[in-house]
Ligand binder design. Sequence first.
Ligand code: C5P
Length: 234
Amino acid sequence: MNRDVIIACDFPNAEETLAFLDKFKDESRKPFLKIGMELYYGAGNEIVKEIKRRGHKIFLDLKLHDIPNTVKKAMRILSALDVDMTNVHASGTVEMMRAALEGLTRPDGSRPMLIAVTQLTSTSEEAMQKQLLINASINDSIAQYARNAKEAGLDGVVCSPLEAGLVKEACGKDFLAVTPGIRFADAAADDQKRITTPARAREIGSDFIVVGRPITAAADPVAAYRRCLEDFCG
Ligand code: C5P
C-alpha cells in the first residue's frame, strides 16, 4: 500500500467544496479526499458522485455503528457509490464489523477498503474509564479494538498518528493505520490533542494521514498540500 495524504473536506455544502477543489485543478496528482458527516449530510450522494466524476479517490467517513443487520444493509447501499474507503466504529463488535464487510462486498468480490475507528482522538483515558467503565488503559483498548477489526477481516483502523506503532505491533505491518491529528511543527493545534507532523507520522508508521485545517484553512492550500506530500510521501 502506498502512503498518501487524504484532505478532509469539512465544508457544509457542495459550492464551498467545489470552489476549494478548483484550486487543485492544475495538480498532476489528484488529491485523495475525505467526505465526512458534515458534507455528506449537507450535500448527499450528489457531491460524492461529482467528486468521483472529477477523478478523486474518496474516503467516506460516516463511522457506522448499529446492529449488524442494519450496518450490513447500509453498507450495501454505500457500496454502490463506488468510494475507495469507508468506516465503522470498532466498538460495534466483531460481529458488526463482519456484517459491514459482507454488506460492502459486491457480487464480483470487489469492495472499498474498510477501516474501524478505535477510540476517538477526542476521548480521554479518564472519560473512557469513568464514563464508559472500560477498565483498561487507552492504549490497551486501542490495541484490542484493532485486533478485533483484524479478526473481522477489516483492512485497518483510524487512530492518532502517535498510536500507529502500537497498531502495527498488535496487527502487523500490512494492517493500515489511517491517522488524523496532523499539524505542521510551526502551526496551531486547534482542538486536536494527540497530534504530530507529517514527517513524524511517516516515521511512526502511518499509511494515510488525514489532514483538514492545515490545508483547508491555509492561505495557499495547494502549497500546504504539496508540503504534506513531500514530508509524508517523500
Ligand atoms: O482539521 P483537522 O486536520 O483537525 O481535521 C481532521 C479530520 O479528521 C476531521 O475531519 C475529523 O473529523 C477527522 N477525525 C479526527 N479524529 C478522529 C477521527 C476523525 O480528527 N479520531
